[in-house]
Design a protein around this ligand. Sequence first.
Ligand code: NAI
Ligand code: MG
Length: 346
Amino acid sequence: MEKTVAVLQGDGIGKEVTKSAVKVLQAVGRRFDHSFQVKKGMIGGEAIDNAGDPLPKETVELCEKSDAILLGAVGGPRWDQNPSHLRPEKGLLAIRKHFGLFANLRPVKAVPGMVDASPLKEHLVEQVDMMIVRELTGGLYFGEPKRKSANGAVDTLTYSRAEIERIVEKAFELARVRKGKVTSVDKANVLESSKLWREIVEEKKEYYPDIELEHILVDAAAMKMITQPSSFDVVVTENLFGDILSDEASVITGSLGMLPSASIRSDGFGLYEPVHGSAPDISGMNIANPAAAILSVAMMLKYSFNMSTEAAAVEQAVYSVYKDGYCTTDVQKVGHRVLSTTAFTD
Ligand code: NAI
Ligand code: MG
């Protein structure tokens, strides 16, 4: 197959880990006889410096002509004092919104042999394999009115029926090809938007009689994420709840440097990026962990290109590097040999 991938390296270690990810993508192309055209575009701080815009028009056009987007990370102290329209993360929010990438998928999975890298007890982590599905383009982050004055401030949590339906459907579909369970997280005892959310989840459930469904309030979910993380399969929730819970879940398996993510829409188009940021403290040192970026490529292969075998091969390759006793500095693993970004990638 022939695919075009827009690669937006971004800032800091974003540049280093996307190089690794592209190298792996090209290796998949050779091994499985695909042709991946990689086209580079600017986003974030680099784009502000060179084009005066965190998401230049050329980048949007490039992405529109591509089959998927691979992103590094944006930001750094250099741009921290910029006015809000010239902030690197503005580029990220804008690109998600522009392409209607409403479903943010964050898998959290115990890496075989690496469970002792977790801050939790090993027996809690061993069986963890969950997929957090966060609604990404609605809810509290986008609702109007939204304003602040010296005397008060308002944010609004709004959802249309259609917005809830499509994210809930996505969760049920994912559960069907995973472990067959959906946990819907809301605050239905207090919030009207959550009451509608819960109603719609129940309606959708009728079409998925094979799927086990559980409703849980967000505060209880936060506890259960730590006390019984392996009880979750697919977790679906509102934008803000998902932001918080996915960061909480991300520490279960150990390092931030190992976590990939996807932001997709219904037709399969998506943006793939590591969960971590641009890590200015280690940027340019060739020590960043490229695993999250490489595993993001695996997600791209699976969700945008329907290449499940190829995706599994990439995942297995990353796991085998750990199994063979190698890691990067961020992963505290006794007895493992620490490699540079480039050596780990090779
Ligand atoms: P961060 O994720 O960049 O770094 C947090 C800590 O984890 C640092 O000590 C860093 O060295 C380490 N770390 C992160 N990724 C690593 C990897 N692959 N290998 C080894 N160590 C790794 O988050 P932080 O420091 O809060 O933010 C730094 C910059 O990144 C800020 O400008 C922030 O706005 C931006 N950021 C961008 C994101 C994105 O583009 N999606 C997400 C989060 C932060
Ligand atoms: Mg967050």
